[in-house]
Design a protein around this ligand. Sequence first.
Ligand SMILES: [Zn+2]
Length: 255
Amino acid sequence: MDCPFCAEVISDEALVCKHCNRDLRFALPLLTENEDLIAQLDELQNEAVRLREQIKHGRNPLLYWTRQFVLFVLPAIILLLIAHYVIVFILDQKTLYLRVVSMVVPLPFGFALNWFANQTPVRVGLLGFLGALTAVFAMATVTGFHDDVPILPDSVQDVREFIEYSLSIALAMTTGGIFATVARSILPKSMSSKRAPNPAAMQLAVMLGPHLGKRALNRRAVKIEAMFNTVGALGGALATAMGSIYTGVRFLFFS
Ligand SMILES: [Zn+2]
């Protein structure tokens, strides 16, 4: 931690600053307490958002999910339909361009679902899949009327492409949701030294360095834990993004 008087780095356990020789006995406990209070407030605020969402959900689940869908998924569907019409019918371009656009458009909406409505990536994926099926079905309807062809897929091959395209959109949305998790874990927040870190992270913190005071060790373990969470979430985002690309362009190579 930093000395409150000269801002040099000092040990958490120090009683006197080794740089400016000032007495820290009264200042440090106050600083630590303040830091812990900020961290607690942060957690309570997050908890309040979660509880508020749960109450809304408990009162009327159907209304709740409809609202989530209309607010965060429907705008993505509308954008995808506009992209479909412009790319395929106005610009007369390859389906590949539409597939690539369909991997990008859902990202911010998945992000928003996690960021503003606190939906887990799995829920984002499920809502996204529902929206994707709606969008792909609507595209097929537009094409059906425009080109006078059957709307519903009429071969196993077509059904497969229909589902894969929907999956690609849903996975892109999930990727956006995981990005929000990553962003939340990277954002600077006060690292409380009182929060109990995960035992494995604590073990690593002890292994990583010379013996430190308990508080400093705790702080290091909390940092390690946050880093692992971030790396794990980034791995998840990478996996869903690859899945989105694979299911989105597979039809080009195997049909
Ligand atoms: Zn100092």
